[in-house]
Design a protein around this ligand. Structure first.
Ligand code: SF4
Ligand code: SF4
Length: 156
C-alpha cells in the first residue's frame, strides 16, 4: 500500500525542525524559506499548523500543466515536478486549491513535496509525532478535509 504524510496540528509545537529538514534535503541549506512544508502560526489562538502537499489522487496541478511536467512517481504515488520539462508558467500554482506547489524565482520552475522518494525527512525530523508517514487509505482531498477539521480552519 502507498503511504502518505499525516499532519496532526494538535501535536505541533512550531519548532520548525520539519522546515529545516526539508530545506536541507532539497537545497543543502537550512533555510525554512525554501522548505516545501510550511508551519503556519495562528498567533491569537496559540496554534501551529504544519501544511504541505497531500498528493491528491486527482491532482489539479497535474491536470492543469500544459506541458505534462508533473508526473506520478510509481514507487510512492507522489506527484513530482520534472524540472527539465517545466516552463515556469505557474498554471499549476493557480490550479492547486491548497497552495502547496510554489514558484521558485531562483530556478524559474515550481517546487512541491515529492515525499523524498519515499522516506520523508520532515516526518523523521519532527520530535513530537506531528508528522507521520502512514498507509494512504484516503484520497488527498479527503485527507485535507480531515486536516482542516482538526485544525479548525476554513480550507474548504
Ligand atoms: S517538526 Fe513537528 S512539532 Fe516541529 S514545527 Fe514541524 S510539525 Fe511542528
Ligand atoms: S509551472 Fe511548470 S509544472 Fe506548473 S503548470 Fe507550468 S509548466 Fe507545468
Amino acid at each position: 500500500m502507498m503511504k502518505s504524510l499525516y499532519l496532526d496540528p494538535v501535536k505541533c509545537t512550531g519548532c520548525l525542525q520539519c522546515e529545516m529538514a526539508c530545506s536541507y534535503e532539497n537545497t543543502g541549506t537550512f533555510n525554512p524559506a525554501k522548505s516545501r512544508i510550511k508551519v503556519f502560526a495562528f498567533e491569537h489562538e496559540g496554534r501551529k499548523v504544519p501544511y504541505t502537499c497531500t498528493q491528491c489522487a486527482e491532482a489539479w496541478c497535474q491536470m492543469a500543466c500544459p506541458v505534462e511536467a508533473i508526473k506520478v512517481d510509481p514507487a510512492t504515488g507522489a506527484k513530482i515536478v520534472l524540472e527539465a520539462t517545466c516552463v515556469g508558467c505557474k498554471v499549476c500554482t493557480i490550479a492547486c486549491p491548497f497552495g502547496t506547489i510554489n514558484y521558485v524565482a531562483d530556478s524559474g520552475k515550481v517546487q512541491k513535496c515529492d515525499l523524498c522518494g519515499g522516506d520523508p525527512e520532515c516526518a523523521k525530523a519532527c520530535p513530537t509525532g506531528a508528522i507521520t508517514f502512514v498507509d494512504a487509505d484516503w484520497t488527498g482531498l479527503e485527507k485535507m478535509r480531515q486536516w482542516a477539521g482538526r485544525a479548525n480552519t476554513a480550507v474548504l
